[in-house]
Design a protein around this ligand. Sequence first.
Ligand code: PLP
Length: 386
Amino acid sequence: MNLSLSNRHKLVMQSEIRNMTLECNRIGGINLAQGVCDTEVPLEVRIAAREAMDNGINTYTHYAGLIELREAIAEKHKRFYGADINPETEIIVSGGSTGAFYCACMALLNPGDEVILFEPYYGYHIQTLVATQAVPVYVRMKLPGWTFSLEDLEAAVTPRTRGIMINTPANPSGKVFSKGELDLVADFAKRHDLFVFTDEIYEHFLYGDHRHIPPALLPDMKERTITISGLSKTFSITGWRIGYCICDSRWSTAIGFFNDLIYVCAPAPLQSGVAKGLREIPMEYYRGLSDMYLKKRDMICEALSRAGLAPNIPDGAYYVLADISNLPGRSSKEKAMYLLQETGVACVPGEAFYHDDAGENLARFCFAKEDDVLVDACKRLEKIKR
Ligand code: PLP
């Protein structure tokens, strides 16, 4: 037999997050590796999805999503950020934000086009670029504060650069890009005529005084900005696969074609449930999210400190990158496995977030867990005290 796997498959690696989840399940441990929030799904959303199923909303929707959902997304962006988005032409609902980004890459990037990403990065961003034959180029953010400079960005540009990707609040660093940083990226993108892909899935997970600023709303940025977001995190519905892309109508039709080709549409009754949730859930819910996760953040950061695994306190999202240099092992993977074996707590080795060995002494802990699970995980972590 001469059959073999495609060359493309060699480019796309099994995610380290899934690997650690498998290892964790094998020993029945506590999984702080995967970003699945096991907090409660809002009742309104659940009821509306059930009602939609009972009322026959079970067939294919428009390839860009139910218009009621697109309208609810546009209204929400108006309410929160004052954005003017045309639900008919500027929103594509997809199979999660992951699906939205994949379709955007397929529609907007040619093989060999380079896209600048900030490091530490979210692995799916890289793998999606690679799978669609684009080329990731890295700009390293430096501690403390995960900073970068214009010189860093300029050094990454080549004649093939076609885009730059922002993730704010960021996974895994918890960085929330400041207005100054976003202005810098926006000016840079305009100067080099680049797309700005911006993954804003953690927009409602913000701590302290941090505020979310959508890059699309900066002056003259709407046309070149491809906003990627979704409800997986905000409504704790990672398995529903409802995400979206907001962009200029110049790009949305082609992105929609790929969405149709790959997904046909996102699950119809679940789109309906999310639409109702977006319309009816009050502002307090969103503020409550940040308050609830702030307590969880502080709980895990204190436990990590006590365990001698110094945390880099995140300003947003629900992960913390901690310094695991004190643990035995030659690599972050070995150190993470040691921690799993000793404590039963799974984390993601830092190497999953860097293209080189810069993540060797880091590990990511997800704190989107019910309080009792998190308390248990914290107690176990503290046992490791170094
Ligand atoms: N973007 C980031 C930065 C994430 O961390 C995640 C999930 O962990 C996703 C996207 C996935 O979102 P979705 O469930 O909408 O595909």
